[in-house]
Design a protein around this ligand. Structure first.
Ligand SMILES: [Zn+2]
Length: 716
């Protein structure tokens, strides 16, 4: 299960709007109308306050003070920065990095991701003298920033130990454990080890990756057999995979024997006594390893707070059979795209009822194809029908399995619900089963709620996992993660000397430590480490000896990396909008050659706020008249921007991004300092060659571009 982070910290919205489903992506600030409609006392009062002759800097102005406008602007920027800063790249502090070139014969374990904040982008680095392996390299799909698809762990530290990296070892094929690989492996090439299904998933995500791989890069994988306790040598390490149950086939614990001792990374797990694929957790092997001695257990911590034991996946099988028996028409089942055992369960129930199965959702179809290809599914011939022909089938003969159980806006189920799907529109008599629960702390609750509302309005009967008792059916979903007693079992089976909770929120990892202490691990032998903490191990000591750079790299829909600076601008744009003014000034006399052009996006609807825009135009005219020839161009632009910001704040109580574009026409190229020229301060003009002029123009253009790109930062 991919765990998302909570990103609720949004800058306060000035209006009492409810914000839509999810921040900037879902939120739509109403434009125009009431949106910008708070001209305090109207734009006309403005002219009286700042009559002719008064400095357009407006220090003496009454009403909204300049200070208030500046403060509001700063606040907006700080809010945006705070939102963007939830995901910062590693500090590229050389000193900090140099500290950690440490080749002492200690085993070092470093969580580059997954050690705080919800347990996503899971990634552990294990290093000993000249060898290092990476266990898991996931992505964080829960990043809720405009235009950002996910985050991956910052690998700045790997740069400094590049020569040591021998392998990537993957516990299982969920994206929060493999999603970072297509970004990271080409930069630090090494073979990827995993079980057959996991390697199938790895190949799948490399195939579907949006960006081309660098020239000469070749994906190297090593498929390991988790049933034969096969051990492979990697540098000074030996690796073994141990079968474990979770919500995706091929899940394993990673056992790493090192010169200092044995460590076990559990990966995500539960102990399902009766899994549908009959592939039980290899408890015997875990116990054996425990008896031989385990130096450190790195145990996932997702749901340590849940009491008892997680029910077996098999407890939900009958529920599907029951619902299919009663459903009057078509059945649609939404679930996590990689949960192939559950797909198998649904296929079995459908076959039992003489229904055909259609699949939809790109990620799900892709994983299914891989699973079928690798022999992980048993699908009777003729069971699957293409989604395109599903519409022409008899209602009572069809089951559609699809993505969308989290209410994701563009998922197959959502599109069917909205009538935007190419082949299927949901209708009365249809049955929808949501065979998952909203990912905790993801904000998906409300998305699911809205989707269920829509479906219900259309007369569709919806079975939600959480309401199964209300519906009088058996459970429709069980978690893929352990509950408290199973986490305790893992500790008791492996009997580690040291205990390191991983892959979870800090507070949950702390609970995990409490649990370990209850099982007899001395508190001194536990550590709640953060991302970047260097845990050093000798056979009888564990301590944190420092930090390496750690952080988040943000990635957009294309797979490209997006800078934090860009994200901050996007947040500002999303929250406040943008106003640009384009003016053309005659250099010689400082006259405006055209009326100022005002462009506004996402701020207020200009047509309905003509008064404000006319006011703004007048302000700009006045500023040009009074200031253009008195100060140099750079200074003038800053003043103009401040002045516009102030005026707009006064009129609307908002601080959009303001971009003044000043075209200066006439005269020779003087490095863009008309004021100096006009005031006679400029050095006597030399004759310049065409190349010099061209170079100068180029430089000016670059400067202007820089200013436009970094404008906000400059005026802080
Ligand atoms: Zn998982």
């Amino acid at each position: 299960m991919e765990i998302n982070q909570n990103n609720s910290a949004k800058p306060p919205r000035p209006e009492g709007q409810n914000g839509g489903p999810r921040g900037p992506r879902g939120g739509n600030r109403p434009q125009g109308g009431n949106g910008g409609g708070r001209p305090q006392g109207g734009g006309r009062g403005r002219g009286q306050q700042n009559g002719a002759g008064q400095n357009p800097d407006g220090e003496k102005r009454s009403g909204v003070s300049r200070g208030a406008a500046v403060r509001a602007m700063k606040r907006t920027q700080m809010d945006a920065q705070r939102v963007a800063n939830q995901y910062l790249p590693a500090a590229t502090d050389e000193k900090r990095r140099a500290n950690f070139i440490d080749d002492s014969p200690r085993l070092k374990i470093i969580g580059l991701g997954g050690m705080d904040g919800g347990g996503s982008k899971n990634m552990m680095l294990v290093e000993y003298v000249n060898d290092a392996v990476i266990i898991d390299a996931g992505n964080d799909l829960g990043v809720d920033l405009p235009g950002i698809n996910y985050g991956i762990a910052d690998t700045a530290y790997m740069d400094s130990i590049k020569h040591k990296i021998r392998a990537y070892i993957i516990t299982h094929g969920h994206l929060d454990h493999i999603g970072g690989l297509p970004h990271i492996v080409p930069k630090f090439p090494a073979p990827i080890y995993g079980s057959k299904f996991t390697i199938g998933r790895v190949e799948e995500i490399f195939e579907n990756f949006g960006l081309p791989m660098p020239d000469g890069f070749e994906l190297q994988t090593v498929t390991m057999n988790e049933d034969t306790h096969e051990r492979l040598k990697i540098g000074e390490f030996y690796v073994e995979l141990v079968r474990i149950t979770h919500s995706i086939p091929g899940s394993t614990c990673v056992v790493l024997d090192t010169p200092v001792g044995r460590i076990i990374n559990t990966g995500d797990f539960r102990f399902d006594p009766n899994p549908l694929d009959h592939e039980r957790s290899d408890l015997e092997r875990l116990a054996e390893l425990g008896n031989e001695g385990v130096l450190a257990l790195l145990s996932e911590s997702t749901t340590v707070e849940r009491m008892g034991r997680t029910p077996s996946e098999s407890t939900i099988e009958q529920s599907f059979v029951d619902i299919m028996e009663q459903a009057p028409g078509r059945i649609f089942i939404g679930l996590f795209s990689t949960n192939m055992n559950r797909v198998q369960m649904i296929v079995n129930a459908a076959v039992h009822h003489g229904r055909k199965v259609a699949m939809d959702g790109r990620s799900m179809v892709s994983t299914l194809e891989m699973a079928v290809r690798n022999g992980f599914m048993k699908i009777p011939k003729g069971t699957f029908v293409p989604i395109a022909s599903a519409a022409s089938m008899k209602d009572e003969e069809l089951v559609v399995v699809c993505t969308g159980s989290q209410g994701e806006p563009s998922s197959a189920l959502q599109r069917m619900a909205n009538g935007e799907h190419r082949h299927i529109k949901l209708k009365e008599q249809d049955t929808v089963i949501l065979s998952s629960t909203p990912i905790p702390e993801s904000g998906n609750d409300s998305l699911v709620g809205q989707m269920v509302d829509n479906l219900t309005k259309n007369g569709v009967h919806v079975f939600e996992a959480r309401n199964h008792e209300l519906d009088g059916v058996g459970p429709l979903h069980v978690s893929g993660h352990a509950s408290r007693d199973e986490y305790a079992d893992m500790i008791n089976l492996t009997k580690p000397k040291f205990f390191i909770p991983i892959y979870g929120a800090y507070r949950v990892k702390q609970r995990h430590i409490d649990l370990a202490i209850e099982q007899g691990i001395p508190r001194a032998n536990t550590v709640n480490a953060l991302n970047g903490d260097v845990i050093a191990l000798t056979p009888d000591k564990m301590e944190i000896i420092g930090q390496v750079p750690s952080g988040t790299i943000l990635v957009d829909q294309t797979g490209a990396v997006v800078s934090n600076v860009v994200v901050k601008d996007r947040v500002l744009l999303a929250e406040e909008g943008l106003v640009a003014v384009v003016i053309t000034v005659d250099k010689r006399n400082g006259n405006l050659l055209t009326s100022p052009d005002i462009i506004s996006r996402g701020f207020i609807y200009m047509r309905e706020q003509e008064e404000i825009m006319n006011g703004l135009r007048n302000e700009v005219r006045r500023a040009v008249q009074q200031r253009f020839k008195r100060v140099d161009l750079d200074r003038f632009k800053v003043e103009l921007k401040d002045h516009m910001t102030h005026y707009l704040f006064e009129q609307t109580q908002r601080s959009p991004i303001v971009i003044p574009v000043v075209n200066v026409i006439g005269g020779k190229s003087e490095g863009g300092k008309p004021g100096q020229q006009a005031n006679g301060n400029a050095a006597p003009a030399k004759t310049k060659t065409a190349e010099e002029i061209a170079a100068e123009q180029q430089e000016r253009f670059q400067k202007m571009r820089e200013r436009l790109l970094t404008q906000d930062a400059r005026t802080d």
